[in-house]
Design a binder for this molecule. Structure first.
Ligand SMILES: Cc1cc2nc3c(=O)[nH]c(=O)nc-3n(C[C@H](O)[C@H](O)[C@H](O)COP(=O)(O)O)c2cc1C
Length: 447
């Protein structure tokens, strides 16, 4: 390992909690101790946020897709609150934890989104984060004026310009633009306001926001696409990168790519943090954890998995009737989707291990291609520490399979071990989410 890949010793591993309803497993709602409609009640998320703060976790994260595949609600609990609104509701009941949400660059407009995240950043006193995604699912298209889902390359082209515009909008007010002088009667110094006047290929945005620059300047930016186009976007803009990596070697290679591309964009490699997804189910013994995992798996539906494999790989028609799930793997069906990370991963695994469609569905449909752990708190702490020390990750995006059960076990049993070993912070440091993550506050370009 070169110095370039090591973790600076003055930093801790970051922990970002992916909050998915009753947990990240498709069957979590079937085994949950939380009674329906708990997940449709704010208190469920308040409980989760409080446990996460007890565990000194850096940020809460809500994923999002502004469209639902028609087959999914039959099988999976749906908890698709607007994530920015939900985070705004959690801001006053939490004190330290970062509040991050996905928002789509294909199915949003940049001025409006810039305003919503700036609002969250103000209301939370500098704890907002935006996970930039292009939205793989085409089900959103029919809900929006565009009607047709742009292809992968076009979505990333739109995303590049979208983020440029959002940054211009966030930067339109200089930090000291508000003078609020009762003597002169001037609220904001007009020379400190810089309307974006953006006219580009995809967006035209003229004016500034009706609020001052937010506490972080730019809310923390995350990016979750791991294709070459996703990596390129991350290299330009992202502070955090969420990614599915299933082996430590893959994690090391991917993190090196991310750091290299940040450097190629004139940024410090330390200014971008790779947080692979890590799903887990915990027990006080191996046997207890294994039993919990088996219970989740036994509650699964094979019909769901066959449909979901196509869905997550980016194949968006029910083609399951067109081939034998136990016959040769239907590469022709997946051909169109290999530009997505999951589609490529499914095809690669099918080729390498000679999988049938049914076998691939069993392997990928629940926890698509990322890192998974079933075991004891000690074992999970070992895994986190070993990846972090080896330069395979700057921390993790935690995907507990049962919420709040696995989060509670994590906060009360894994975190103390990691704190004792100096891997994660002992308590929250003061300041904004950027301050806490030791990410610089972007200066105003006009300062
Ligand atoms: C931890 C994690 C969280 C993600 N969250 C979202 C999300 O909220 N919405 C979404 O559409 N995609 C989400 N994705 C998927 C990616 O953003 C991306 O759409 C997908 O990987 C396909 O893009 P790619 O081909 O560039 O990898 C997530 C991925 C990871 C690893």
């Amino acid at each position: 390992m070169t110095a370039h890949e090591t973790i600076p010793t003055d930093r801790f591993a970051h922990l970002n909690l992916f909050v998915a309803g009753y947990g990240y497993h498709e069957s979590s709602w079937k085994v949950s101790t939380v009674e329906h409609p708990g997940m449709l009640d704010l208190d469920h998320f308040v409980d989760i946020a409080r446990i996460a703060e007890r565990g000194v976790i850096d940020s809460l994260f809500f994923a999002d897709s502004p469209g639902v595949a028609e087959f999914r609600p039959r099988f999976m609990a749906q908890s698709g609150f607007d994530p920015i609104d939900l985070l705004a509701a959690l801001a006053p009941v939490t004190q330290h934890i970062g509040l991050a949400a996905t928002a789509s660059t294909t199915y949003s407009t940049p001025w409006d989104l810039a305003r919503r995240f700036a609002t969250l950043d103000h209301l939370s006193r500098g704890r907002a984060g935006w996970n930039i995604v292009t939205t793989g699912s085409p089900y959103a298209a029919a809900n929006f004026p565009v009607q047709v889902h742009p292809d992968h390359a076009d979505r990333y082209g739109i995303a590049e310009e979208f983020v440029e515009v959002v940054l211009k909008v966030w930067d339109a007010w200089e930090d000291d633009a508000v003078v609020a002088s009762r003597t002169t009667g001037i609220w904001a110094d007009a020379t400190s306001l810089h309307a974006p006047h953006h006219r580009g290929e995809h967006f035209s945005v003229a004016g500034f926001l009706p609020i001052a620059r937010s506490p972080q300047g730019h809310p923390v930016l995350a990016q979750a696409g791991s294709s070459p186009a996703g990596v390129a976007l991350a290299g330009r803009f992202a502070d955090l990168v969420f990614t599915p990596q299933s082996t430590m070697n893959d994690g090391i290679t991917f993190r090196r790519r991310i750091r290299d591309i940040a450097a190629a964009n004139g940024r410090s490699p330390d200014s971008i943090r790779t947080l692979p997804g890590l799903s887990f189910v915990l027990g006080s013994t191996e046997a207890e954890a294994e039993a919990a995992w088996q219970r989740l798996e036994a509650a699964s539906s094979e019909e769901f998995r066959l449909l979901n494999l196509l869905h997550i790989a980016g194949v968006h028609a029910d083609t399951t009737g067109e081939f034998d799930p136990d016959g040769p793997f239907p590469y022709h069906v997946f051909e169109k989707s290999t530009s997505t990370t999951f589609g490529a991963a499914v095809c690669a695994a099918a080729r390498a291990d000679g999988l049938t469609f049914r076998q691939a569905a069993a392997r990928f449909a629940t926890l698509p291609g990322g890192l998974h752990f079933t075991g004891t708190p000690e074992g999970l702490a070992d895994l986190i520490e070993s990846w972090w020390r080896a330069g395979g990750a700057d921390g993790f995006t935690l995907q507990p399979l049962r919420l709040p059960a696995d989060l509670t076990l994590f906060a009360d049993h894994v975190v103390p071990i990691l704190q004792h070993r100096g891997v994660v912070q002992g308590g929250y440091s003061p300041g904004t989410l950027r301050d806490k993550l030791q990410l610089p506050r972007p200066p105003s370009p006009y300062a």
